[in-house]
Structures are given as C-alpha cells and as structure tokens.
Write a protein that binds this ligand. Structure first.
Ligand SMILES: *Cc1c(COP(=O)(O)O)cnc(C)c1O
Length: 354
C-alpha cells in the first residue's frame, strides 16, 4: 500500500458543499471538491495527487481523442445511518479495470493507486457521501492515453483519474426494450468485455433509433445471427424462466462481467433459485413466453442495481410483463439494499470500509 505521504494532497479553500444540497441530485452532474490524478510516464506511475476538481488542458493531438485508448469504471460508495462509509466491491472493479487496460494496450494501474488512492480521495470528500435512502456517491475511475502524436500505436503516456459524483435516488422505471437486429455491440475477439469508451459511442445509435419508435433501450444480440441474447443497453440481463434464472455466459468475451450481475447471481443462489449461465436465443425466450414460463426480465448494473423490463419487441412479437406481480427481482433488490446500507451482515465481504 502507498503510505499516506506518497499521495500529495492539496485541499480546496472553500467547499462547494456550502452551496449544494445532497438531496435528490441527478446522476452524474455534480462533482465533489477533489479528484485523484496520476501520470504514467517513462514506464511508471508518478505524480499521484489529490487536488481540487478542475479542468484539464491538453494539446489537440491528444491520442485518446483520435484513437480511443480510454477506459473507465463505475462504483458506488454509501454512508450508513451511523455515518460509516463503505465502497461496494471496489476490488472487483479494480481487477476489471486492469483487464480492460490490457485489452486496450494500456498500462495496468497498481492497487496502491486505484484502491488506496480512491479510499483516500473519498476520505477527503467524505462529507459528500449522501446518507439518505437510495442515495450514493458514484465513483468514476478512468484512464486515457496522453501522447500528443498522430501516429497509430499504443501511447507511451497515460493519465489516470478518479472523480466523484453524489447522486440519487435512481428510479429504475420499468423499460420497454427492442430486440436489436441490425447493430452489434460486441463480437468474439472484439472489446465487448472491456469497459472502454468506444463501446458506448458505438452503441448510442441503436438506443436512439429504438427511442424514435417508443422503446427505451435495445436488447443486444450476437453479431452473426442476431439471435443469441447478450446485454440490455449497458446492463447485463437476467431472465427468470420457469423459476430458473438464466443469463448469458461470459466465455465468448461479448458480455461485460458486471459486478452487479455477479452479486445478483450470488443472491439468487442464496435464495435457493437455480442459476444458469449459458447461451440463450430469442427463439427460446419467445417459446417460453408463449408457454407462459417467462416470469421476470431485468437488467443489472451499478447505476440502477436492477432495472425491470415491462415489454420486449422482436419482429411482430411483443412480450409484456406485469412488473407489479414480480417477486424475485424486488426481493433481490431488497437484499442488495440491505447489504449496502449495512442493515444485514456482510456475509460475502462486499463492503469495503473507508
Ligand atoms: C458497466 C457495464 C455493465 C454493468 O456492470 P456493473 O459492474 O454491474 O456496473 C454491464 N454492461 C456493460 C456493457 C457495461 O459497460
């Protein structure tokens, strides 16, 4: 671990909190007083500092803007009623961040900077963690290439930052989903399993076209047959079919390994619900729906935790679900909320104390 002295801390004079209430803030719009910053130069990480949140300045030739070496993570911190602060499963995001880095030919970030830097940053800005129900501090670690050079090759310099955004509550209104048959989010051999910026840029048009015909998001299908189900928007997807939780398996590399996905699967098993990680096609889903066997369908991700799906359209078939009658998704959501608010024992070791 980097000792406290290794991370330089420069604090702001007057906190922005004095003119902001932490109640009901929209997601991702407000940022705390400080940020963590580190530079990768000459093959090593240096200049690790916590300093006032501020604009950065770069040359127009900044390679991340041209060639897209840019990755990120999304994590949440919570404050309990007694004022203790916890981060939810940051170790898993740390591992995933470095998996993304390797795929994008970027350097990995050591734990002393990613985890310990994040911990110290949140400690400095701990008054920014909302302690109301369903509120949280959203943590955004990210890294991008910084060479000012237009030749195409992996950059030699990078910047790693962590910024913090208080937000909540996030109301996950039941979604209407269009099964995507033209665009592709991820293909075997591609970058679907990495949390890189380009995955988002490339997926926006599908959601926009779905919006135009009254749908909230798309359910991604495989690149070859547009038949095997992958993810819903930027969330993993879980189907409860005949009492069994079915979710696409990870081995093809086309699915982002969600921390919420893993948490939800763990909690489903704990409640005695069978979990199947495997390939599932739209044909299988529709057949099960017609047989009255599809009970619940939802997305999982850090922002919403669980996002229920009330309607799905594939060609001329429309599947509808009465989310008010669901029992499993609400139970799992409550299990997650209870763990995050420390209302129950943290049996899985998911809560990282700040
Ligand atoms: C971030 C992300 C998820 C959800 O991951 P969590 O760790 O649960 O937040 C799912 N799919 C995609 C494509 C993502 O980028």
């Amino acid at each position: 671990m980097v000792a406290a002295a290794d991370i330089k801390i420069e604090k702001i004079q007057v906190s922005k909190l004095l003119e902001l209430s932490l109640e009901n803030l929209p997601f991702g719009r407000y940022f705390t007083d400080h940020m963590l910053e580190a530079d990768y130069i000459n093959g090593e990480w240096t200049n690790v500092s916590i300093r006032p949140y501020q604009a950065l300045s770069f040359e127009p030739a900044l390679s991340a803007l041209h060639y897209g070496q840019s990755i990120f993570e999304g994590i949440k911190a919570y404050k309990t009623e007694s004022g203790e602060a916890y981060i939810f499963r940051p170790q898993d995001n740390f591992i995933r961040f470095n998996t993304s880095a390797e795929r994008m030919c970027m350097p990995t970030v050591p734990e002393e900077i990613f985890i310990e830097g994040m911990r110290q940053l949140i400690e400095v800005d701990k008054d920014w963690i909302p302690n109301r129900k369903d509120h949280s501090l959203y943590i955004r670690p990210f890294m991008f290439s910084t060479d000012a050079f237009l030749g195409v090759r992996p950059s030699t310099t990078y910047k790693f930052l962590v910024i913090l955004s208080p937000s909540g509550p996030y109301f996950a209104a039941p979604m209407k989903i269009l099964v995507e048959e033209n665009y592709t989010r991820a293909a075997p051999g591609g970058v679907g399993f990495s949390k890189n910026a380009g995955n988002y840029g490339g997926s926006l048009i599908a959601a926009r076209k779905a919006n135009e015909i009254g749908y909230d998001q798309v359910l991604w299908t495989d690149a070859f047959e547009h038949k095997w189900l992958q993810e819903v928007g930027m969330m993993n997807v879980v189907f409860i079919i005949d009492g069994i939780a079915v979710t696409p398996s990870l081995e093809e590399g086309t699915i982002l390994k969600g921390v919420t996905r893993d948490s939800v699967l763990t909690l489903l098993k704990k409640r005695g619900i069978k979990v199947e990680e495997r390939r599932i096609s739209i044909d299988e889903l529709i057949e099960a729906y017609k047989a009255g066997k599809v009970q619940e369908v939802f997305g999982t991700g850090t922002a919403a935790t669980i996002a229920p799906i009330k309607e799905m359209k594939y060609k001329d078939t429309i599947m509808q679900f009465d989310t008010d009658k669901w029992t499993i998704a609400p139970a799992i959501k409550k299990d997650m909320d209870d763990i995050k608010s420390c209302a129950v024992a943290d049996e899985n070791g998911w809560m990282f104390k700040i």
